[in-house]
Design a protein around this ligand. Sequence first.
Ligand SMILES: Nc1ncnc2c1ncn2[C@@H]1O[C@H](COP(=O)(O)OP(=O)(O)O)[C@@H](O)[C@H]1O
Ligand SMILES: N[C@@H](CCOP(=O)(O)O)C(=O)O
Length: 347
Amino acid sequence: MTNSFTIRVPATSANIGPGFDVVGLSLSLYLTLTVTTGETPTLPVITYSGEGADEVPLDPYCNLMTRVALYVLRCNGHRTFPPALSIHCHNQIPFGRGLGSSGAAVIAGVLLGDSLGKLNLSRERMLDFALMVERHPDNVTAALVGGFVGSYLRELDPQATEAAQVPLSEVLPEYPPDAGENWGLSPPVPPLGIGHYVRFKWNSSIKAVAIIPRFELSTAKARAVLPESYSRKDLVFNMQRLAVLTTALGQTPPDPELIFEAMKDRVHQPYRKTLIPGLPAVTSLITPASHPGLLGICLSGAGPTILALATHNFDSIAGKIQEIFQQEQIEVDWKILEVTGGSTVDS
Ligand SMILES: Nc1ncnc2c1ncn2[C@@H]1O[C@H](COP(=O)(O)OP(=O)(O)O)[C@@H](O)[C@H]1O
Ligand SMILES: N[C@@H](CCOP(=O)(O)O)C(=O)O
């Protein structure tokens, strides 16, 4: 018997200024998987169109999404993929730009594993699996549940902490063709209830203008430039702003002065400016006074994309940011995005 279904996962923008590793927004660009299974015992076939199609590995044992699906399946008693599995991925989320492409691939993998194994996992359990792979909760939570979301990782007991910290190479080992000794071993099952979240209100008149530089910056590289510790002054600066921001973006009408200041950050953006020429100018030269309609500007995720929240005047805001990047010899593309719902699976 053949079975077919579609998985759709949104892009995300994490941090929104002061909420480093805490808040995320789901945005209207999608990773869409069209999946079929059958009865003939053949190896899985993956095809891609759209963003990243020419660089993503098509071997199901190397591809991030299918490796995550296999991890979920193996933790739940299924040793391998079902027969005649075919997956077509249409991807609108550019790789390595701070729009949550890897978070979307991880969530797509968890949903794929859940559907293929008919596991019926709860959202909370799905999040546990996603957090074993992508260890900061902001992107994956927003991609799974949708909207403007805040999340934290629970403090686990020592045994669960150890289980949640196993190296990624053990969570997603290289399976066939180089299965080696790992093939016989069971992967580490996630502890229960790693991540917890809450959805904030969002004023639907606020759109997200994503200005996307034409170069990739891996999240790992953009995390490597961050310090291990921070001053009390900088942490208080961020916490004060984040506390205001989570409510301010749901108010009607949105208050530009309040939001603009509340989107400032001292925890990640100042350190990432070395990797993103033009970032200090973008965050200081464009204001609600110079560009009516603008509410605030931040780095999207780990960058290099810039996210401008605005109610109108999108062309002029994006045009000015484009001009600043051009002065640094960086070309950009830009899109007006909606804050959207979470991931879906439809048969
Ligand atoms: N749809 C996808 N399928 C498979 N792998 C993906 C997919 N999307 C992203 N990835 C992997 O994630 C990498 C980008 O991750 P990352 O550096 O965290 O950037 P981003 O900010 O886009 O999440 C890509 O280079 C690719 O290896
Ligand atoms: N909080 C993380 C978010 C990374 O998001 P991505 O979209 O760049 O993967 C960070 O800032 O490192």
